[in-house]
Design a protein around this ligand. Structure first.
Ligand SMILES: Nc1nc2c(ncn2[C@@H]2O[C@H](COP(=O)(O)OP(=O)(O)OP(=O)(O)O)[C@@H](O)[C@H]2O)c(=O)[nH]1
Length: 201
């Protein structure tokens, strides 16, 4: 028997140095690692949440932002239920690269993937190079939710993963409903559990 009701795979992507690893470490371990080195390839962590009495297991994949790892990290997009596309609000360059990341998503991710745009490092407000309004407009244009976070100060980090988990539960329930409705003959349809669809074999 599985010890969870839902299992979701979440993949963090975005330029090198925007804070993907720090966001994951803050959420899964409650710490801000000093002198965090660049990720090599892909890293993996698990965190289980309880939402409305249900156990939600999150598999969180932290990918390297460096160009030289692109071919490795791309292979992780396909099976992702959600992508957290991260940029650094103090780094215009990391924002300008977002269309490139979105092209990667279109190319390699499933067309049902949920994508959230995250502007990290809001503790460095005095160094901000990308206004919230600009980021919100960009996110709207691409039909993404937008959230600003600080892995350092722990601002909005829990909210990011909780809201995402809630959205994924909602999507999973909708899918199960659609699958049930699409059953060919009354009584012959099989209930397709999202748990089985997305759990690793
Ligand atoms: N001030 C501040 N610094 C942060 C924050 N998040 C990350 N950093 C710093 O930004 C640098 C890069 O953080 P990482 O988490 O390694 O960035 P990454 O996106 O995982 O980088 P790659 O693994 O190379 O793709 C480190 O020096 C962190 O200490 C934040 O919220 N605020």
């Amino acid at each position: 028997m599985e010890d969870y009701d839902y299992l979701f795979k979440i993949v963090l992507i975005g330029n090198a140095g925007v804070g993907k690893t720090c966001l994951v470490r803050r959420f899964t371990q409650g710490l801000f690692p000093p002198g965090q080195g660049a990720t090599i390839g892909v890293d993996f962590m698990i965190k289980t949440l309880e939402i409305k009495g249900q156990k939600i297991k999150l598999q969180i994949w932290d990918t390297a932002g460096q160009e030289r790892f692109k071919s490795i990290t791309q292979s992780y997009y396909r099976s992702a239920n959600a992508l957290i596309l991260t940029y650094d609000i103090t780094c215009e360059d990391s924002f300008r690269c977002l269309p490139e990341w979105l092209r990667e998503i279109e190319r390699y991710a499933s067309n049902t993937v949920v994508t959230v745009l995250v502007g990290n490092k809001i503790d460095l407000l005095e160094k901000r190079e990308v206004s919230r309004q600009r980021a919100e407009e960009f996110a709207d244009a691409w039909r993404m939710c937008y959230l600003e976070t600080s892995a350092k100060e722990s601002d909005n980090v829990e909210k990011l993963f909780f809201d995402l988990a809630c959205e994924l539960i909602h999507e999973a329930k909708q899918n199960a409903l659609i699958n049930n409705m699409a059953s060919p003959m009354p009584g012959e349809g099989k209930t397709i559990s999202f748990l089985n669809c997305c759990s690793f074999s």
